[in-house]
Design a protein around this ligand. Structure first.
Ligand SMILES: NC(=O)C1=CN([C@@H]2O[C@H](COP(=O)(O)OP(=O)(O)OC[C@H]3O[C@@H](n4cnc5c(N)ncnc54)[C@H](O)[C@@H]3O)[C@@H](O)[C@H]2O)C=CC1
Ligand SMILES: O=C([O-])CC(=O)C(=O)O
Length: 262
């Protein structure tokens, strides 16, 4: 499987490192699309021009570069019939973009994969939707250092914060749009379950934490799920180390005989 990667940050570097180290048999990293021409992977060709990136046949593209990069590249990728792994799932809060993506991919026979990334239980929530799903709630809490460079920094004196702050309470559509680099999990949960508008979300700055915590509460015909995940941060404090692992697990599912955790 010839794979292209968009983004060479915390997630992209780790995914690239693992593929190049031959951790996933049958997967070859062909090329990386970087945001800045000077970025170098050292071992795989990097390009800054999307046209060069897509210049010959890739089987799969992994996006790990942010909402804007996804929106810039996704339609062209699926139009070519190339399947796509979406990490910046929050970009799908734009329902026009989401529907176009679904429609073009459907027509061209491309698959769009949404790995669990930083959250858990998407398999169960998506299955629960086959019955009546009554409520889906998410509480995301991250330590202070995860909020520098975000909307939160414009409104709070982060360096001197000692108490917990409720940054946002509302739905997944708005949460993922307001925190594009930090609360993609809300959009993923929305996509899996009740939709972006009906998925209730709270977002907190929590100075007592050193990891990122996502707590889910889901109720429906299937029963009740209460799940809390604690994500050790990666080299990017906003992003858990599990995100790159989740992509590698997806690649293993796509290439190996056993398909686990859908
Ligand atoms: N679904 C989920 O659970 C999660 C999703 N995410 C999403 O994944 C994205 C990547 O996360 P990290 O690697 O931690 O971020 P990062 O900020 O460490 O790396 C992003 C990289 O993408 C590059 N980039 C930006 N625009 C680009 C473009 N147009 N073309 C190519 N490269 C471009 C940047 O230069 C940077 O190197 C986040 O922005 C976030 O949207 C992150 C964590 C969890
Ligand atoms: O890695 C995490 O804990 C979650 C995250 O950044 C996101 O959902 O965008």
């Amino acid at each position: 499987m010839r794979v292209g990667l968009i983004g060479y940050g915390a997630v992209g570097r780790e995914v690239a490192r693992r593929i190049v180290a031959d951790e996933v048999p049958g997967v070859e990293l062909t090329r990386i699309l970087v945001g800045h021409p000077l970025s170098e992977s050292g071992f795989v060709e990097t390009v800054a021009d999307p046209t060069l990136f897509l210049r010959d046949d890739l089987d799969l593209v992994i996006e790990a570069a942010g909402h804007k990069a996804l929106k810039q590249n996704a339609l062209e990728i699926v139009e070519r019939g190339i399947s796509l792994v979406v990490v910046s799932v929050g970009a799908l809060v734009d329902s026009g973009f989401a529907e176009q993506l679904r429609s073009v991919a459907g027509k061209r026979g491309a698959k769009i994969y949404f790995p669990s990334c930083a959250i858990a239980g998407l398999d169960r929530v998506a299955a629960a939707r086959e019955g009546e799903l009554r409520s889906v709630r998410l509480i995301t809490r991250k330590p202070i250092r995860a909020w520098f460079g975000t909307f939160a920094e414009e409104h709070y004196d982060l360096a001197n914060l000692t108490d917990k702050v409720l940054l946002y309470s509302g739905n997944a559509r708005e949460a993922a749009a307001r925190f594009p680099e930090s609360v993609n999990v809300s959009a993923a949960l929305g996509l899996a379950g009740l939709g972006m508008d009906e998925t209730q979300v709270e977002v907190w700055i929590d100075p007592s934490l050193s990891s990122n915590v996502h707590e889910m509460d889901v109720e429906g015909d299937f029963g009740h799920m209460h799940l809390e995940v604690t994500n050790h941060p990666s080299s990017n404090p906003k992003t858990g180390v599990i995100v790159a692992m989740s992509i590698i697990k997806l690649l293993r599912n796509l290439t190996g005989p056993f398909v686990i955790g859908l």
